[in-house]
Ligand binder design. Structure first.
Ligand SMILES: [Zn+2]
Length: 272
């Protein structure tokens, strides 16, 4: 499915955004259920919508077994995307709260113990957006830095973005695209670079709700371990929630859970 350029920011943005109802797995493996505003069950990505959770696990397994991307290939794809981003947007050397932002990024990277070397880029844009590319490139907009009220909030967002990388969401998305494209079977670095450029819009597409919940949980744990205030992590969603359309159609079509449901899941992680 081709995603038009005009919707790129709108769709990827909500990287941190919003969706439906809950049954959360506690540490003993049993489920605790909560209702959202519509009376639906919110499950924080576990057993999400019943069968779709299991279908997702099967899909992950088959993608993981398909082939592996080497570090070199991931770096090549990430670099090609970075260069494309540079042509399209202005990256800022100076931005709001620079010192605190970089310190928070360093703290989160340390707490994540990730094998990837993550790099942070700030794009000049009033859009409120954050997204991650394979190879460890994390992009924030200056609009997002204006929108947040604390480094605790940013710590969770950065943890969430690293989560998309570490939980293989990006790698699987790329494999999925390759498996269904004419590029399948090509393994040279040059070919991967072409894939990165030609399919840029495709693999910048948003993740699904299960992946978003998984990254939220990862971001929660990492930011908590780095010493940030867990009670501030949901602030971002609390602000977004006010502008959200909560119609059933939005819920079914959305790649992201509703903010109110993500807030509930974060509250559940704090309680457990
Ligand atoms: Zn996300």
């Amino acid at each position: 499915m081709k995603i038009p350029n005009s919707t790129f920011w709108v769709s990827v943005f909500i990287v941190l955004c919003s969706n439906p109802a809950n049954a959360q797995m506690d540490s003993s493996g049993s489920s605790s259920y909560q209702s959202d505003l519509n009376g639906d069950i919110v499950n924080c990505g576990h057993l999400f919508d019943g069968p779709s959770y299991y279908i997702k696990q099967l899909e992950n397994k088959s993608l993981d077994n398909m082939f592996s991307l080497t570090k070199e290939q991931k770096r090549a794809i990430g670099k090609a995307n970075y260069e494309k981003t540079l042509k399209k947007y202005k990256l800022l050397n100076d931005f709001q709260h620079k010192e605190s932002v970089l310190q928070t990024f360093a703290n989160i990277k340390n707490a994540a113990h990730a094998s990837t070397k993550f790099k942070l880029h700030v794009i000049a844009s009033t859009d409120i957006n954050a997204f991650t590319m394979i190879g460890g490139h994390i992009y924030l907009t200056s609009g997002l830095l204006d929108y947040i009220d604390s480094m605790d909030e940013l710590a969770f967002i950065l943890g969430h973005e690293i989560g998309h990388h570490e939980k293989l969401h990006l790698e699987r998305k790329i494999k999925k695209i390759m498996a269904t494209s004419s590029f399948f079977g090509k393994t040279g670095v040059e070919d991967f670079t072409k894939i990165a450029v030609d399919l840029n819009n495709k693999f910048s597409a948003p993740f699904d709700q299960i992946n978003e919940y998984e990254s939220d949980e990862y971001g929660f744990e990492v930011a908590k371990n780095a010493g940030y205030d867990v009670n501030r992590f949901a602030d971002f969603f609390k602000k977004l929630e006010k502008n959200e359309d909560r119609s059933i159609l939005t819920k079914l079509n959305s790649t992201h859970p509703f903010s109110s449901d993500r807030i509930k899941c974060l509250e559940n992680y704090i309680a457990n």
